[in-house]
Structures are given as C-alpha cells and as structure tokens.
Design a protein around this ligand. Structure first.
Ligand code: CDV
Length: 327
C-alpha cells in the first residue's frame, strides 16, 4: 500500500517593505497554479509569507516593558483575520484547483496578542489546523551594534499551545516555524504524536550577528537539523525558505523536501520564487517508525530524566555536586 502526497515547496524570493499584500498574493497564486499543473496535493509557503521580514527594524518607540508610540507600520504587517480580503483570492483559487496549502503570516488576535503563525488549509479551502511559533529567536530591545535587527522577541509572543498534529491529506501532519527546526524537541514531540510530514517555513539571514563564525555554516546547519529530525522520527520534512536579498539582508534559500530516511529528495536551485515538488509516500514513515525508531519498543524515557536515577546522573551529582548545575 502507498499513501502518496504530491507536495510543492513554494520558495519565495525577497518581499520588499513597500510590496502590498495584493502583489505578494499574486506571486503566491502563480506558484499555486504551477503546483496544480504539476499535480500537487499540497503547496507549502514559507514563514511570514505575506510581508517583508519586518522584525529587522525597530518600528515603535516603547521600551523593554512593551510596544508604545506610533505602531501604524508595525501593525500593518499583521493579519487580524484569515482569510481576509487580501488573501481570499488564494483560498478561492486553491479551492477551485482542489489543492491544500500551508501559509505563514503574522497574526494579531482580537485581544491584542501577536504571534508568528502558520495555517494548514485543506483542498476544500477549510483551515485544518494552525500553529504558533514556540521558539522565538532574536532580541527584545533595539541593539544598534547590529547591521540589522532581529526583533522577533519584541514583536511576537511564544505560542501558548505548543506542537500538535492534524489528520489531513491521508496522513498525520505537523507544523513548525523557522527557529523551531533547530530544536530536537520540535520533531520529537510531533514524532511521539505519530507525525508523518512536518511543514516548516523559514527566514534565515546568512549573517548571524551574535556569532559570525556560523555564517558559512548556515546552509549546512539548515539541512543538518531537518534531515536529522526527519530520520530520527521517521517523518517527511518540508523546509521552505524566503531567500535572497530582502531590503539589503541576504537570506538562505536551500528549500528542501526530506524523506524519512533523512535524504533530500528535492531541493531549490535558485534564491527566488521557485517551486520544487516531490511525490511523498507517507507509508515510507513506517519503515523507520516500525524498525530502528520503534518508540514503544526501543525508547527509554525513564533514562532521560536527569537527577532521578541513583545509578545514572544522580551518581554523578553525589560525586560532584557542581555537576547538578551543569547537567
Ligand atoms: N526567523 C527565524 O526564526 N530565524 C532564525 C535566525 C534568527 C537564527 C533561524 O533559526 O533561522
């Protein structure tokens, strides 16, 4: 038996600060229609796919206690409802073409909460599930020494919900956003929930200001974490970039579709708008989930809790009390 899902990873090139939602949605529609021509069931758009990556600017006059002053431009980057008039054409066209899609955007809730969000929409145009980013990178306050800001921690709250999975497209789907992909817990939590395909959008600057020695390793680390997460949890991973030079900031492209074996089966070759597709057999997950990574049979959660065992880490603590602090 096979459960095949044809997935389109819809990489985006830069989105300018002055680019309107309508202009961006036109680009998404072009990619969506290409995906339909290539037989896709699902199209995956990246993180914050409707706007420029606005956390690179200080856009308010508040202090560490919160946003203040004129937030007109900042607020303009958030969606207050989904769909909305600007994105409705995407929902309508996807429904007409009977294709599902994944879309990342900035969410402003009616009660004023700001999240970095993604939704999964089924081929009937209904929202199957949503996810709010858990691991928020960057900084809270303006840091003038940087070439550009990364104020995600100022503009987004952490998800209050965590990770979940959704039954869709004949399988079990999960979502994560950008920095989440670097954390093994992201994949493992969804792995424990039986995930078969994880959809991840990202905006990754090539210049990592806190440690520039990582700059030449950006592409390596990107694939390293997603390939490991796929393999160790027996799941497909679809990682989709917003790449290229956006408002002077160079971002990683390297969009990839990764099999449960950890192998990359499709990869973008440009740094602009580009669709890469792959036919993904969800039953391939069981080749790993029921052998090497049969969690019920081989995982040892009782061995993973530090300081609870008298023969494991506890023995270390008894020998060296300082070890407790570093464990
Ligand atoms: N948008 C992101 O989450 N970007 C981070 C950068 C700041 C390190 C990433 O993990 O790619």
């Amino acid at each position: 038996m096979t459960r095949e899902v044809v997935v389109g990873a819809a990489q985006l090139g830069p989105i300018g600060r002055a680019e309107s939602r309508e202009e961006v949605v036109e680009r998404l529609l072009t990619l969506l229609r290409s995906a339909a021509e290539r037989g896709c069931d699902l199209v995956v758009f990246p993180e914050l796919a409707l706007t420029t990556f606005f956390p690179r600017w200080l856009l308010d006059e508040g202090d560490e206690s919160g946003l203040a002053g004129d937030t007109t431009e900042l607020d303009s980057y958030y969606e207050r409802e989904m769909p909305n008039p600007a994105t409705q054409p995407l929902f309508d066209e996807a429904r007409r073409l009977q294709i599902g899609f994944h879309l990342g955007y900035a969410e402003l809730t009616p009660d004023g909460h700001r999240y970095n969000t993604a939704i999964l929409v089924g081929p009937d145009g209904d929202v199957v599930g949503s996810y709010r980013k858990v691991h928020i990178p960057g900084h809270e306050r303006h840091e003038p020494w940087r070439q550009f800001q990364h104020l995600e921690r100022r503009y987004f709250e952490e998800s209050p919900d965590g990770f979940g999975v959704h039954e869709a497209f004949g399988g079990v789907f999960g979502m994560a956003i950008c920095n989440d992909r670097r954390w093994p817990e992201t994949y493992r939590v969804m792995g424990l929930l039986g995930v078969e395909m994880i959809l991840i959008g990202y905006n990754t600057p090539l210049n990592y200001a806190p440690d520039p020695s990582q700059n030449p390793l950006q592409a390596f680390h990107n694939h390293l974490v997603m390939q490991a997460g796929a393999y160790q949890n027996g799941t497909w991973v679809v990682g989709v970039a917003k790449g290229g030079v956006e408002e002077g900031v160079e971002s990683l492209a390297q969009t990839a579709i990764i099999a449960p074996s950890g192998q990359i089966v499709a990869q973008a070759t440009t740094i602009g708008d580009e669709l890469v597709t792959a036919t993904c057999d969800l039953d391939m997950c069981d080749r790993y989930k029921k052998t090497l990574f049969d969690f019920d049979r081989y995982r040892r959660p009782e061995m993973y809790t530090l300081l609870t065992s008298t023969t494991g880490p506890q023995a270390l603590v008894e020998a060296d009390p300082d070890a407790a602090e570093h464990a």
